[in-house]
Design a protein around this ligand. Structure first.
Ligand code: HEM
Length: 377
């Protein structure tokens, strides 16, 4: 690495100019559902803490992401993770920053690092690799090898999309033996009272764990070398938006199980209400149809916990655009059981084709002075 290419720390002047806004943003508590202004604060999502940034912080996901799925030299894993952690802490710290990458400061940049089963094994914890085992879902057999799995996940998220590319590229330079599998830019709809719409035009991410208790119970890993981490399932789905739009508006609502305009369940109530799976018309028809997505995905059928969905939309080309499904849960079976059920009974899946699939262990957060991934070694 030459000195010319190495990003330099932000100048002291930039530090002083930005200091007021930074202090306000870091000091202000962020409610899980941010409503005022509809945006996450423009500055500072701390990288240090019991958990990595980007899973539950910021409360409302940033509007842009760059997902990178790669392989790496697992014999250099410890060094690579240490280097990634150091750079992430530096580049997201508004009082330091890396001026070549984020000349106007980091804003709400977060970088979330996950590792795959081979890397977990190489860390000396092969027993943990089973935490990431996914069965084969409908359509997976057709995927090229590079689109199934991966040993390194970098989730780079920010309100400002222009910083994503340089940040990801700099971080990939830190990775020993890096080999790119795939990457994708994602965007989220402008949130309305905390929830945005997906490319089908429906509010997405309504029913997710929100309280501290739910996040502790269902999302974060409580014990062992991954305590403070979680499991990320990443599935890239090409969506048949044209086909979906050929349905009548009533058929579309029936496919999702919620009204497009308001997001309210077809069983009644307001947008943020749960669907009532038993509600029927006077002549006995289910209000949330038998094959509706919201019914098929409902945790009550699989006995699963809630998954934290923080999905993005993407557009790679004219005929490849859709949904980057991203969920966090502390038990991969929460996802697996749900996807298996969707494959069997969900009318929405007729409009979704998987184009990549992987599960990653999201590493515990970095404490001040500790290396990323330190608890694994
Ligand atoms: C393929 C593209 C997908 C689209 C466009 C999509 C869209 C939606 C929409 C619009 C909702 C209703 C609003 C909400 O609660 O967020 C929803 C709910 C949900 N989806 Fe998906 N989804 C997709 C894939 C998946 C997958 C792969 C899973 C998991 C295997 C999943 C799990 C869920 C769950 C758990 C709910 C909440 C159900 C409830 O408790 O009411 N979705 N999704």
């Amino acid at each position: 690495m030459s000195d010319e290419t190495e990003p330099t720390e932000l100048s002291r002047r930039a530090l002083i100019v930005g200091a007021g806004a930074t202090a306000a943003a870091v000091g202000g508590a962020i409610g899980f559902r941010a409503v005022a202004g509809e945006q996450t604060p423009a500055t500072g999502v701390p990288a240090l803490g019991a958990q990595q940034a980007g899973v539950t912080r910021p409360a409302m996901p940033q509007q842009h992401c760059l997902v990178v799925v790669a392989d790496l030299d697992t014999t250099a894993l410890r060094t690579t993770l240490g280097a990634l952690g150091t750079q992430i802490a530096l580049m997201t710290d508004p009082s330091r920053g890396l001026a070549d990458l984020t000349p106007d400061g980091p804003g709400d940049l977060t970088v979330t690092v996950g590792i795959g089963p081979g890397a977990l094994g190489a860390s000396g914890h092969s027993e943990l690799a089973t935490l990431l085992e996914l069965p084969e879902f409908a359509g997976d057999a057709a995927l090229p090898a590079d689109r199934r799995g991966g040993e390194l996940l970098l989730g780079v998220n920010a309100s400002d999309p222009t910083i994503l590319e340089p940040v990801a590229s700099w971080l990939m330079e830190q990775v020993g033996g890096a080999r790119m599998r795939w990457s994708e830019f994602g965007y989220r709809g402008t949130p309305v009272e905390g929830v945005g719409r997906n490319p089908f035009g429906y509010f997405d991410g309504i029913i997710v764990p929100r309280s501290e208790q739910e996040l502790r119970d269902d999302v974060m890993i409580a014990e062992g070398p991954l305590a403070g981490g979680t499991i990320c399932v990443m599935r890239r789905f090409r969506l048949d938006v044209e086909g979906f739009r050929r349905l009548s508006p009533a058929e579309r609502d029936a496919t999702v199980g919620r009204e497009q305009a308001t997001g309210a369940p077809l069983s009644g109530g307001a947008r943020d209400d749960q669907v009532d799976l038993d509600a029927k018309t006077p002549d006995g028809a289910l209000l949330v149809p038998a094959r509706a997505h919201a019914r098929a995905a409902h945790p009550s059928f699989t006995g699963s916990a809630l998954m934290l969905r923080r999905s993005y939309s993407y557009r790679a080309s004219d005929d490849d655009h859709g949904h980057l499904f991203i969920s966090y849960q502390n038990d991969v079976q929460t996802f697996a059981r749900t996807q298996l059920r969707l494959d069997e009974t969900d009318a929405l899946m007729a409009f979704a084709t998987p184009t990549a699939t992987a599960a990653f262990a999201i590493l515990p957060g970095m404490r001040d002075g500790s290396d990323l991934g330190a608890s694994l070694f």
